[in-house]
Design a protein around this ligand. Structure first.
Ligand SMILES: [Zn+2]
Length: 86
């Protein structure tokens, strides 16, 4: 299966990008709306397809890694109570 820009938006995912250069390590969050406008909603967001389109804003390097952030599904915050009697 493959991810597209539109699917990421629909599913509530966010996408981060991290520069792999040890002297840089710049990290940024990608703007999916901007990617959609630039590349089209059906463009793949899989690394081999998307990374060639990206460039580090800080050093201009093309050695960029993608980080997929899943949505906060349910937001189950545990209260931390040892006993559920209550
Ligand atoms: Zn960089």
């Amino acid at each position: 299966m493959g991810w597209t820009v539109q699917k990421m938006i629909d599913e509530g995912y966010t996408l981060g990008a991290a520069c792999s250069r040890t002297q840089c390590f710049h990290f940024g969050r990608l703007d999916l709306a901007m990617l959609k406008a630039r590349l089209g909603p059906g463009h793949s967001t899989m690394a081999p397809d998307l990374v060639p389109k990206l460039r580090c804003k800080k050093c201009g390097g093309k050695d960029v890694g993608l980080i997929l952030h899943p949505p906060d599904r349910g937001r189950e915050l545990r209260a931390g109570r040892p006993n559920a009697n209550g």
